[in-house]
Structure formats: C-alpha cells, structure tokens
Design a protein around this ligand. Structure first.
Ligand code: ASP
Ligand code: MG
Length: 404
C-alpha cells in the first residue's frame, strides 16, 4: 500500500463531466489499495474571473480581501470532486486550507507555507477515506485566509507530499508532461522523460507554464520527486528528479520563452562606484523586478551606459522613476524599447560542453534574428529579441540543439 499525493489542475477540472472523469481516475488508484490525498485547483478560468471582478471594484483591491475572494474557486472544485467520489461509493471529504490548517506567513497573495497539520487527514486516509484538499490557500497566524501566488496549487501539492511524507507527488495536467518547448508555437515539441530540479526551475522561471516556480524550488530543496502527467492519456509523463539520477543527458533539455518584456537604457552616466546602486535602488523600492542588466563603459572610461529589462507593464512607472532621479544620476538621455521577448535554452549538459553559446548565436544569426541583450547562468543562456521573432527563434534553436 502506498500513500499518494495527486494534484489536478484547472484544465483537468474545467467541466462537471471532467470532474466526474477525474473522480474515476482517483477511484482507480484508490481501488488499487493506495491511501490518497487529492489537491485541486479551481475550475479553469475561475480564478481569472474572480480577479477581474476585483479589478472592476478597484485597481488596488485590498490584498487580504483578494485572498478571500480568489481562494473561493478551489472551494467549489474540491466540494464537487468530493461529491463525485461519494457518488461513486467512495468515502471522501473536502478540506479547505484553514480547516486543516495549512499555516502560511502573512504575505497575502503570495504566501509561503510554514507547516501543515497532518493528524486529522492522516487518520481519515488510514481508514480508507480520500481526502480532497483545496489547493492554493492557507491561513495566516492572524487567522485570515492566504493564497500562494498564481499557480499555487502546485506548491500545495509539493507541501502536502512533504508534510504527509507521501510516496509520490503526481501533477495531473492537460499536456503529456514537461515538453521541450511550448507546443502551441512549435509542433515539434517532445515530452521530456526526466528533468532535474535545477533545469525545471529554470524552465518554469523562464516561461514554461507547466509548473509554478516556487513549487519546483520547494521540491528541489526537500528532494521531493514529481511526476507531471496527463489527465487524459494515462501514459507516464515527466519525472522531475535530482540531477544524479539522470543518466543519458542531452546538452540542451528545453527551450523556454517569455513575452512582454521591455528594455531601458540610461546613456552617459558617470562611471564611478555607487551609480548602479543609485539607478536600481528607487526601482526596487517600488517593487519592480529587474531582469537582465548590462553595463558598458566608454573608451576613455569616464562614462557608462546601463541597460536593463523589466516587465512591459512596469515600463511607464520605471521611466518616471528614472526621470525623477535625473539630477542625482546626471545622465545624458534615456532610451527604451518594448514588445520584446526573452528566449532561453536550458540544459545541465552545457556545464561540460563547449561551444553552446556560439551555436546558439550562430543559429539565430543565420535566421537574421538580432540579439538585444544576453544573460547566462551555469545551465541556461537567455537572449532578448523582438517579440515578433519569438516563434522563429524557438523553432530554430529547437532544431539546432537536436530536440526535433
Ligand atoms: N487557481 C489558482 C490560479 O489560477 C491556483 C492554481 O490554479 O494553481 O492561479
Ligand atoms: Mg497550474
């Protein structure tokens, strides 16, 4: 007998019929003699609907009220699934975050899980009950409802696997597993059989949507293997595991992208200690995330240009912040560019393989794709390009690195 964590995403629960199908999948695993904890997200689109309702009341809708509102989507799906299981003759019960409780910090709208109380649910599943937990939510020490950031039911699943020490953590979704790239822009995308936590974290952070980055990070820290698989096909999907359990490694495992980036250049600041700090301090204080940063110095070494990228929606705010510090920074001018995409190749194999950088740049050059900025880590290389060239870049790199 095994103890399983099974998580179902919104696209697997998008209609009542689909919820009945999920109930049958759960029943099958239960009939095999397993103890089962199910985590659900809201039915597809539900959270977005709630979000837009809040926006039509206020652009600055109160954080704590937003969490009460957004968490309601999972209340609907977990009761429907429990009801469907009961209808199939299985003992089942739903739990909301505060009823368990799942304790989080007070970071409303993007809380971290601190602890999950396991007593009641452990007892229930040991007596053949199926526990259905509302994902994405918890409760703070102030006893107010919290949520874990968009896509946060993945994090709920990983935390449940950790605190209940289950034998597996299965993430059921609408694709075959983790794919080498987004199939909607490249039909050559293939399922990856095994991927390391580190690679998956880069993929998720750089735009692959199958898993929430925070969930991947937690699984990496606590070494909780994840199985991402399809609700519809029943076939094995992708195993996210530790690097040393993967034998035949490819140089590049996957290609990710994100659109909606903007680039700002501050031209002609004095090149002396403290300038970069002065540029980025007020931006950071306004909660704007900086992504890539490039600095270059004039030939005589007196002046520097600082270029950085941000999310497009932060562009206007960023420009006005920099204009406010015109006197302090004493720059020549600011230029900016939007509608940019970041395309990244990811693979632990690049640590030991030379020539990857050159191959990436050459492939893009052959397609006449101009690179506007570059950033690298040990296991990824990202380039900034014009958004309209995204698909061409992804297809070219997918082919060049043997993923077709
Ligand atoms: N329903 C939440 C969202 O849409 C959480 C999740 O789906 O994982 O972000
Ligand atoms: Mg999701």
């Amino acid at each position: 007998m095994k103890k399983l964590t099974l998580k179902f995403g919104g696209t697997s629960l998008n209609t009542v019929d689909q919820i009945k199908k999920v109930a049958n999948i759960v029943k099958k695993r239960h009939d095999e003699g397993n103890q089962i904890i199910v985590i659900v997200s809201a039915m597809a689109g539900a959270t977005n609907d709630l979000m837009s309702k809040s926006k039509s009341i206020s652009k600055n809708f109160d954080n704590k009220e937003l969490d009460v509102l957004l968490s309601s989507g999972e209340q609907v799906s977990c009761s429907l699934l429990s009801g469907a299981l009961i209808e199939l003759g299985i003992k089942a019960r739903s739990w909301l975050g505060w009823q368990i409780p799942i304790f989080t910090n007070k970071n409303y709208t993007s809380s971290q899980i601190i602890k999950i109380n396991t007593d009641e649910i452990s007892n229930f599943i040991s007596k053949k009950g199926v526990a259905v937990i509302a994902g994405f939510q918890g409760v703070s020490e102030e006893f107010r409802i919290t949520t874990l950031g968009r896509g946060g039911s993945d994090l709920s699943a990983v935390a449940v696997a950790k605190f209940f020490q289950t034998d597996s953590c299965e993430i059921y979704t609408d694709v075959e597993g983790v794919l080498t790239t987004d199939p909607s822009i490249n039909e050559k995308a293939k399922k990856i059989e095994k991927i390391s936590y580190e690679e998956m974290l880069e993929m998720a952070s750089l735009g692959a949507k199958v898993m929430q980055p925070n969930a991947v990070q937690t699984s990496m820290i606590d070494n909780i293997p994840i199985h991402v698989r399809s609700t519809f096909s029943g076939k094995p999907g992708t195993k996210i595991i530790s690097e040393n359990e993967i034998d035949n490694k490819k140089v590049i495992t996957g290609i990710a992208y994100s659109k909606g980036n903007a680039k700002v250049s501050i031209v002609g600041v004095v090149d002396k200690p403290g300038v970069a700090a002065d540029v980025f301090e007020p931006i950071g204080k306004n909660n704007i995330n900086i992504d890539m940063v490039i600095q270059n110095t004039s030939l005589d070494g007196k002046n520097a240009n600082i270029t950085f990228t941000i999310k497009q929606e932060d562009l206007n705010k960023t420009l006005s912040i920099i204009k406010k510090s015109k006197e302090k920074l004493n720059y020549n001018k600011i230029t900016h560019d939007d509608k940019l995409a970041k395309v990244s190749i990811i693979g632990a194999g690049m640590i030991s393989e030379s020539g990857v950088t050159h191959k990436m740049f050459r492939s893009l050059a052959d397609e006449k794709i101009n690179i506007l900025a570059i950033s690298t880590s040990e296991i990824k290389i990202s380039v900034l390009i014009k958004e309209e060239l995204t698909q061409r870049a992804v297809k070219t790199l997918h082919k060049a690195f043997g993923l077709n």
